[in-house]
Design a protein around this ligand. Structure first.
Ligand code: MRU
Length: 375
C-alpha cells in the first residue's frame, strides 16, 4: 500500500508499507496511529483537525513526536501509550551506540522526555516503561538488534489494546438494552484507543449487532473532544447521536433520557478513584443525584497500582487560552482575565457504579476488586 501524507514538515513524502507479519492487518485497526514495518516513522491522524480535515502526519524526530502528544494530535490514554512505544521504536533506530549501556541510557532519556509531554494518563509512562524493560531483558543481544526488540514490544502493546478494547466492549454491551440512552463525556472511542474504544466500544458494538441505542454526547469544553471526535465517530458509524452542551447533561438526565453514563479514564487509583477529562466528576455527581448508573471503562493499562487514591494523581494544567480564545474567531473573554484550565478531574470511587475492564465488570469495594488487574 502506498500512502501519501499531507504533512507540512515532510512535504510529498511517499511511504511504502510492506506486508510484514509484524504489522498484520489487525494493527491497521487504529485509524489514528501506525508505524511503518521497518520502524522508520510513525503515521498519525491529526486529531486536532477533526472533524473538518483528515490530515495524516509522518513523524520521526523526537521533538515532533513529543509535540504530537503535548498538542493532542494523538490523545486518549491508550492511544498515547501505543504512540509512545512506536515513537521509541523509531527513535531507537537513530541511536548511535556501541555498548548496551550507552544504548539503554540514551533510550531511557528519550523515554523520560516523551513521558514529560503529559502527566495524567498513566498509559504513557506505562508503555515507555514496558519498552525499557523489554530492552533490559535482552541486554545480551547485539546493540543493532535492539530496535527490533522495541518494535516487537510496541506491536504487542498495540495488539493487547485491541484485545482489551474488544473484551471491554463485550462486557459493556451486557450493561445496555435496546432503546437505552447513554451519555458520554470526552472521547473514549477508536481514535483514543484501538478498534471499538473503551467507553464508546459497547455503543459501537451494539450498533454493529443491530441493537439501537441513543448516544448523548457532551461537547466537552474546552477542547471539544466530544463534539469533534465522539460525535464524528458515532455519527459516522450510524449511531443515533445527539450532541449537547456539557451544561445540558442535568436537563437530559432529569427528562429521563439517560439510562447510563459511559466514560473512559486516564488513570485509576487502587481505591477506584478515577482521573478522566475535566467535567467527568460533575457528570458522576449528576448521575448519582438522578439515580443513573455511572460506568467507567478501564483497560488494565490505565490502572495505576502505585496510586493509592485520586489525591496522588497529577492533574495536567493546560494553556488558559484554550478557554479564552481557541476555536473562536475573536476572544470570548475580556483580555487579561485569569483563566484556570485543568485538563482532568478526579471522580471519587464511591460515585462509580462499576469499572468495566477486560477481566470483567468490577464493583466496590474497588481496593479489593481492582486487584484482579495487577496481582
Ligand atoms: O485530553 P485528552 O483528550 O487526551 O483526554 C482523554 C480522556 O479524558 C479520555 O476520556 C481518556 O483518555 C480515555 S480514552 C479511552
Amino acid at each position: 500500500m502506498m500512502l501519501r501524507v499531507a504533512n507540512p514538515r515532510a512535504k510529498g513524502v511517499i511511504i511504502k508499507m510492506e506486508t510484514n507479519p509484524l504489522t498484520s492487518y489487525e494493527l491497521g485497526a487504529n485509524p489514528g496511529v501506525r508505524m511503518t514495518d521497518g520502524g522508520e516513522v510513525v503515521i498519525i491522524l491529526d486529531q486536532t483537525q477533526l472533524p473538518n480535515r483528515e490530515v495524516r502526519y509522518i513523524l520521526s524526530e523526537p521533538g515532533e513526536l513529543f509535540e504530537a502528544i503535548a498538542e493532542l494530535q494523538v490523545r486518549g490514554a491508550p492511544a498515547i501509550g501505543i504512540f509512545a512505544a512506536y515513537a521509541l521504536a523509531v527513535i531507537s533506530a537513530h541511536i548511535r551506540a556501541f555498548t548496551f549501556d550507552d544504548f539503554y541510557n540514551e533510550l531511557a532519556e528519550r523515554a523520560e522526555y516523551l513521558n514529560s509531554a503529559r502527566p495524567t494518563a498513566v498509559n504513557l509512562a506505562r508503555a515507555t516503561g514496558r519498552v525499557l524493560a523489554a530492552v533490559r531483558e535482552n541486554s545480551d543481544l547485539p546493540v543493532p538488534e535492539l530496535p527490533l526488540v522495541i518494535r516487537r514490544e510496541a506491536y504487542a502493546i498495540h495488539r493487547e489494546d485491541i484485545a482489551m478494547c474488544r473484551a471491554i466492549s463485550e462486557y459493556g454491551l451486557t450493561l445496555v438494552k435496546a432503546g437505552d440512552g447513554i451519555l458520554t463525556h470526552c472521547n473514549a472511542g477508536p481514535l483514543a484507543t484501538s478498534r471499538y474504544g473503551t467507553g464508546l466500544g459497547a455503543i459501537l458494538l451494539a450498533q454493529e449487532r443491530g441493537i439501537p441505542l441513543h448516544a448523548y454526547v457532551d461537547e466537552t469544553r474546552p477542547l471539544l473532544q466530544g463534539a469533534r471526535l465522539t460525535a464524528y465517530e458515532l455519527h459516522n458509524a450510524g449511531v443515533d447521536t445527539t450532541l449537547i452542551c456539557d451544561s445540558a447533561a442535568s436537563l437530559v438526565m432529569r427528562k429521563g433520557k439517560i439510562n447510563a453514563v459511559f466514560v473512559g479514564c486516564d488513570r485509576v487509583a487502587r481505591n477506584g478513584d478515577v482521573a478522566n477529562k475535566i467535567g467527568t466528576s460533575g457528570a458522576a455527581i449528576l448521575a448519582k443525584h438522578y439515580g443513573i448508573p455511572f460506568y467507567v471503562f478501564c483497560p488494565s493499562s490505565t490502572l495505576d497500582p502505585e496510586c493509592a487514591t485520586g489525591a496522588d494523581i497529577v492533574i495536567e494544567r493546560r494553556d488558559p487560552d484554550e478557554i479564552r480564545t481557541k476555536f473562536f474567531a475573536e476572544p470570548i473573554a475580556p483580555l487579561g482575565v485569569r483563566a484556570y484550565n485543568p485538563a482532568f478531574d478526579v471522580t471519587d470511587g464511591e460515585l462509580i457504579t462499576a469499572i468495566v475492564t477486560e477481566k470483567g465488570i468490577l464493583r466496590a469495594p474497588y481496593s479489593e476488586s481492582l486487584r484482579v488487574l495487577y496481582e
